[in-house]
Design a binder for this molecule. Structure first.
Ligand SMILES: [Zn+2]
Length: 153
């Protein structure tokens, strides 16, 4: 069963899709498949994911799951038959997948979905989204009505 990625996807580093690694004990580092231990000192290594670029054909018995996640299109009839999702559901899945890879906290889902923010700065504040500038003019909710001018004297 085949599906083709419609966006880049992380994976376990292998020969074809290598990842970066670096030793936590000595300054050795490299790029390649999963590195169980540092080849120089046998120390524990920190491993980065490999990356399968958009357009990569995935041939797996459960490739339809990638389509259901909204990150791939079916290539063969087997895959097409297993998807069983509407285009709206697939668009929603893709939106949720991207939101998840950006690390958006559930409390911020609404702000993200409305385009008010796209992620976080290092200090945890929101990176403004395309709708953020527009919203500032309407950001007076809860402010109440302005006090009437004091003309009683
Ligand atoms: Zn080492």
């Amino acid at each position: 069963m085949k599906a083709v990625l419609t966006m880049d996807a992380t994976c376990v580093p292998c020969k074809e899709f290598p990842g970066k690694w670096r030793c936590l004990k000595c300054p050795t580092e490299g790029i390649g498949p999963v590195q169980p231990r540092c080849p120089k000192c046998n120390g524990i290594v920190e491993q980065r994911s490999g990356l399968k670029p958009s357009g990569t054909v995935i041939d797996l018995p459960n490739a339809f799951v990638l389509v259901r996640q909204g990150i791939a299109d079916p290539v063969d009839d087997d895959c097409k038959a297993m998807v069983r999702r509407s285009p709206e559901q697939l668009r929603a899945a893709r939106h949720a997948y991207i939101r998840s890879t950006r690390g958006i906290h559930p409390e911020d889902f609404d702000a993200y979905d409305r385009g008010l923010m796209v992620g976080y700065n290092a200090d945890g504040s929101h990176k403004p989204g395309p709708a953020a500038v527009h919203s500032e003019s309407t950001d007076t909710l809860g402010g109440g009505e302005a006090e009437p001018p004091d003309d009683t004297l």
